[in-house]
Design a protein around this ligand. Sequence first.
Ligand code: FAD
Ligand code: 2HG
Ligand code: ZN
Length: 487
Amino acid sequence: KFSFLIQTRNLALKRFPNYSILTDKDYRKNRCLDDVNSLDSYNEDWLKSCKGNSKLVLLPKTTLELSEILKYCYAKNLAICPQGGNTGLVGGSVPVFDEIIISTRLMNQIIKLDEESSILSCQSGCILQNLDDYVSQRSLIMPLDLGAKGSCHIGGNVSTNAGGLRLLRYGSLKGNVLGLEVVLSNGEILNSMNVPLRKDNTGFDTKQIFIGSEGQLGFISGVSILCPPRPRAANLILVACNGKSFQNVIQIFKTAKLELNEILSAFEFMDRESMRAVKENSNLENPFSIEVSEKCDFYCLVETHSSDEESALRKIENFYSKLSEKDLGLDCIVAENKTQFSYIWSLRERIAESLTKDGHNYKYDISLPLNKMYDLVIDIRKRFSENDAKNYFRRCIGYGHLGDSNLHLNVTSEKYDEKIFKLLEPFLYEWTMKNNGSISAEHGLGLKKKNYIYYSKTKENVEYMRKLKKLFDPKLLLNPYKTLPDF
Ligand code: FAD
Ligand code: 2HG
Ligand code: ZN
């Protein structure tokens, strides 16, 4: 009854026998969903690659309600799956078997925006885009931004330690989250939200352990986060890079760092195949002339945030001059208005969505030293051609957050194909380890990557992760079967 097969990995899992099976007696029918149709979208992930079989979604509104639910589950041995916007890409946000889904959808209240300190406190179910709209009225900006901003929840962002498009400028959530409220598996509430301070070195910083913990150690119910000033001037340049070598892209990044320096807010790259994917699957036209696009192998998206338009434009001029001096660009497009600004961003932000339309996605999120970043894509393509796999896959593309050395390598095919999978894994993980990279830069491990943790972490480190898991969640009820390799 409970056999589960991840579509992509033939990873056969067994339901932990010590978990109780939910009965009607276990819940009152308020703020919950239990009819088959409404359960569907909560049981399946964004990529439609993992599907659980939960019979119940609970929608608490307050921390106390959440705490009562967790206390009950603890007493009754019921396993749970915390869920935010369900945009995660590693199968972490949906149940594996019949875990109860606890969604933060109704925990969507802003608590306070402290104008002096620019610290925003809110419940964990606030949608990132809504928070950004809210703080923009006080001339502030959320310190993170990602393509899923219209659906993802801030609690989900913190639980995955999401990186996104502007980490280069505003830093990671490990630095920007100043307080958390977390409900532990036994219902206890751990609060560091009361007095969010910029500096606080009294003892261990316990909230850090929950950032990026993927729902393994506690359920995040509230977040305090530092919001930087909103830039008065934002500029966006799309560069069609010259030459076939990725080294030129790296040179453009180095030039951007030198010339744009403190105003550089994003540096993203996409290869020719990525640009083709958004054209073919999302109808987004390449804005360069045919002559340029036919020659161009890489595109860079360079964004600046600054307080002064005039000086920003001066720096951008200098950036151009340096590009042409070094012959690094074929052509550049500068966004001249809001429509162009969002169009250019959509070319990059909608790649993930475009790829889903090909059919099956083999998705990899890799950190690598900058000068090795694209070699992995080249080597995978070579491996495919050496093994006569050309006809099996549709696309093999590389793009990502170049400013953070974070490559998104994606392969697509019409349907899941074992031959492609075997050419990719474990080769790709071994390649990453050999080149001192990480097999998960920003998406986490979830269900799909948990067994590959040793490619990036030592045995001793994983052992201490297990000890922490047992300390915070002794009955292993929180988000089971994920993140850590099997006990
Ligand atoms: P969910 O997907 O619901 O959950 C993610 C994980 O966190 C799960 O393990 C879940 O159990 C746990 N969780 C959720 N809420 C809580 C909570 N309150 N307490 C404890 N655990 C919880 N990621 C990036 O890092 N950078 C990107 O640029 C980026 N771009 C994306 C673009 C698109 C189009 C899509 C679809 C995804 C993208 N992602 C990106 C991945 C994803 O959006 C992020 O991981 C995001 O932070 C997940 O938030 P969520 O609310 O959807 O969480
Ligand atoms: C992005 O940066 C996301 O667009 C998704 O992290 C990456 O789909 C991917 O591979
Ligand atoms: Zn990303």
